[in-house]
Design a protein around this ligand. Structure first.
Ligand code: ZN
Length: 508
């Protein structure tokens, strides 16, 4: 009998031989005992026997092709489930038995079916149904077990989570302190990079004993583990471990970290030495509808004049050659940056801003918004649970999710606006803000400007006509230290948070 041997590695089904080579050897021995001629050996590796698995089996497909070509009379496996996982696969073999020389499917462990007889077909179908039932039971049992573990908030195992011991439950206080410190510094407006630099300077290490990188720290601060939540299949359960941060702090932190990501992205594009990258727009072509017409920083520091060659310019084409701007407006970077920085610092010094920052009503609104946001999240969680238990189908889930997510987005936008004021409240006001500014790094300064400034629009203008700071503005002259050929009237600052906003709420 012309026989094809088929071997497959599977991860479950207790008692089956796992090794493909052993399977092949057992089959070859069986064939040789029966004096069957082996015309080919086919195999697939590392594929689950689960009924739900639909990964392609290349070896199996070649086997089917050989059967179709008429070369195969019998297929030999160690156990039947190696050959087919689903009824559809068996039906295909049964159909092939009607049109090709295939007659037998045979297992080394004794089972075998003669597909040329009704009885043989009936037995084969029963066998596959039993196997499917067993697989379903195992799958349900595993799912229930995991779900119970998740509901109990148990640690899922694996590497030691930062700020917890290896059991995943006990808090490692020294590391928890780092998390709380990082959270409060970030909320006070500091950047991830500068926190990471400080941790590395102090010789502090990650859970795996490595140096810190912004991504490590960010991932930890964004994980729900640190607020005592265990996430399983998108659903959240109260964890068995204690929280490091309270939920309100954590939510505010997420807003800051999301903003930080946007900033980091903008940074990478334009180079690290530009304070306003991503915030400067061309006043000639970058109107409301042309958000792409951002001006980007260009030029290295010159060894003779440290700042002279840095410029913001309207980029005519993007990296792919698409037209994105007029390319006709350019401005020295230094005076633009000084002008915007001075305006931001003046704003922070103003009494009106102090009134904005100190508004108690804001705290209440913040708490209410965070509360609303968390309720949206719980609702999403319920939806996922309903879907998992079959109460909702995929389409209903998608629809319901879209509705809740839209509400979340609106809430998040309001939170974003409030957060600007909140983070600023932690910045020392009055004279010390300028001291803080003088000592701060580029990230911190960018963060502070981004909290207050929506965009900076640079209008076309002829250089040489104006001197800035003006001769009579001795205070600013002294602070800036030099004069530029530069017209401040051609630079327009759009504020995000403007003291006027508090007088007239809900103005947009
Ligand atoms: Zn332009």
């Amino acid at each position: 009998m012309r026989t094809a041997i088929y071997a497959r590695l599977s991860r479950d089904s207790a008692g089956e031989s796992e090794n493909v080579d052993i399977q092949k050897a057992e089959c070859a021995e069986y064939a040789s005992e029966k004096a069957w001629e082996v015309i080919g050996t086919f195999e697939d590796n590392d594929i689950s026997a689960s009924r739900y698995s639909i990964k392609p089996r290349p070896g199996y497909l070649v086997l089917l092709a050989s059967i179709r070509s008429g070369a195969v009379e019998a297929v030999l496996v160690t156990e039947m489930p190696r050959l087919y996982r689903r009824l559809e696969e068996l039906l295909e073999l049964i159909r092939l038995a009607e049109t090709t020389p295939l007659r037998h499917i045979e297992a080394v462990d004794g089972g075998g079916y003669d597909l040329s007889t009704g009885e043989g077909i009936h037995n084969a179908v029963s066998a596959v149904n039993n196997a499917a039932l067993e697989s379903r039971k195992i799958s349900d049992r595993q799912k229930r077990k995991k779900k119970v573990q998740a509901r109990n908030g148990a640690f899922a195992g694996g590497a030691r989570p930062y700020s917890y011991e290896v059991d995943g439950i006990t808090v490692r206080e020294a590391e928890a302190e780092v998390i709380r410190w990082a959270a409060s510094e970030l909320l006070a407006g500091r950047g991830l990079r500068s926190l990471v630099a400080e941790l590395n300077r102090q010789g502090r290490k990650t859970a795996k004993g490595h140096q810190w990188r912004p991504l490590n720290l960010r991932r930890i601060l964004m994980s729900k583990r640190i607020v005592g939540i265990r996430v399983h299949n998108g659903a959240e359960y109260p964890a068995a471990w204690p929280a490091i941060l309270d939920p309100e702090t954590w939510e505010r932190l997420q807003l800051v970290l999301t903003a930080e990501t946007r900033m980091v992205g903008a940074n990478r594009k334009g180079g690290r030495s530009y304070l306003l990258t991503g915030m400067v727009f061309c006043g000639r072509c970058g109107g409301e509808g042309r958000a792409k017409a951002t001006m980007i920083g260009y030029g290295k520091r010159d060894h003779r004049d440290l700042q002279a060659r840095r410029r913001y310019y309207c980029r005519a084409t993007d990296d792919r050659g698409n037209k994105v701007g007029c390319g006709k407006v350019t401005r020295l970077a230094e005076p633009v940056e000084l002008l915007v920085s001075e305006a931001v610092l003046d704003m922070l010094d103003s009494d009106r801003m102090a009134a904005v920052l100190g508004a108690a009503a804001q705290n209440e609104e913040m708490a209410e918004l965070v509360d609303r946001y968390q309720n949206h999240k719980l609702k999403l969680n319920d939806l996922v649970a309903d879907y998992a238990s079959g109460l909702l189908n995929r389409e209903q889930l998608a629809h319901a999710k879209a509705v809740v997510e839209a509400a979340m987005e609106a809430t998040q936008a309001k939170l974003d606006r409030l957060q600007s004021g909140r983070a600023l409240a932690a910045v020392p006001v009055g004279q010390s803000i300028r001291e803080t500014w003088a000592k701060a790094d580029l990230d911190w300064r960018r963060g502070l400007i981004a909290m207050l400034v929506e965009r900076v629009v640079i209008h076309p203008g002829r250089p040489g006509a104006h001197r800035w700071p003006a001769d009579d503005n001795t205070e600013l002259l002294e602070r800036v230290g030099r004069q530029w050929y530069f017209d401040p009237a051609k630079v327009e600052i759009h504020w995000k948070v403007y003291p006027g906003d508090v007088e007239e709420p809900a103005s947009g």
